[in-house]
Design a protein around this ligand. Structure first.
Ligand code: ZN
Length: 198
């Protein structure tokens, strides 16, 4: 009888364990393979797991490759992203896209480290140190001299997953000392946040 009651109780207990869809589960080695870059930078990087709701309304788990110095910020930010259910399409280290920023953006991928220059210059981007992150490039494109990157993107301030001056996410990044590309004068890089460490 007692066993029956326990079974009945277990059966009636709501299932709190929400199913998680895995978008990325790489090893650190996989996340840095395919390009050469200075060991000094490699030693500063860490691959962290993040959870977020995607556009399907389901909880997903992805990964971001970042500088250890911004780990705390990034984990706090993703905690807020999950809490307020700000949709993130996916977060997969860019090695999966052969280090091709264009490919990653077109796939609406959120990513951080990539050893590359600022588009159209020879200056190393903050992404090269794991100190920058791009969020939902299709909702938050880079608009420069009337051109839009990626080409299949569209900036609609009221669409889900879009960043504006009023976004909680933008405010929380700025609060932690990050600079947002949507506030730039020469071009608008709505997907981009970077932390300029002193
Ligand atoms: Zn960026």
């Amino acid at each position: 009888m007692i066993a029956f009651i326990i079974l009945l109780f277990l059966n009636l207990t709501p299932k709190f364990q929400e199913e998680i869809i895995i978008d990325s589960k790489m090893t650190f080695e996989e996340s840095i393979s395919g390009i050469n870059f200075p060991m000094q930078i490699l030693n500063q990087l860490e691959l962290v797991d993040v959870k977020y709701y995607s556009f399907d309304g389901k909880l997903h788990q992805g990964q971001v490759l970042i500088n250890k110095k911004v780990k705390k910020d990034i984990l706090e930010l993703f905690e807020i992203i999950k809490e307020i259910k700000f949709p993130i399409a996916k977060a997969i280290p860019i090695s999966r896209y052969d280090w091709d920023d264009e490919k990653s953006m077109k796939d609406n991928n959120t990513s951080a480290f990539n050893y590359r220059e600022v588009k159209g210059t020879s200056i190393k981007s903050y992404h090269s140190y794991g100190l920058a992150i791009d969020i939902n490039p299709l909702q938050n494109p880079h608009i420069k001299r009337g051109r839009i990157f990626p080409e299949n993107a569209n900036y609609n301030p009221v669409a889900a997953g879009t960043l504006t001056k009023e976004s909680v996410i933008v405010k929380e990044f700025i609060k932690r000392g990050w600079s947002w590309g949507g506030n730039w004068k020469s071009s608008k890089d709505y997907q981009h946040f970077e932390k300029r460490l002193k």
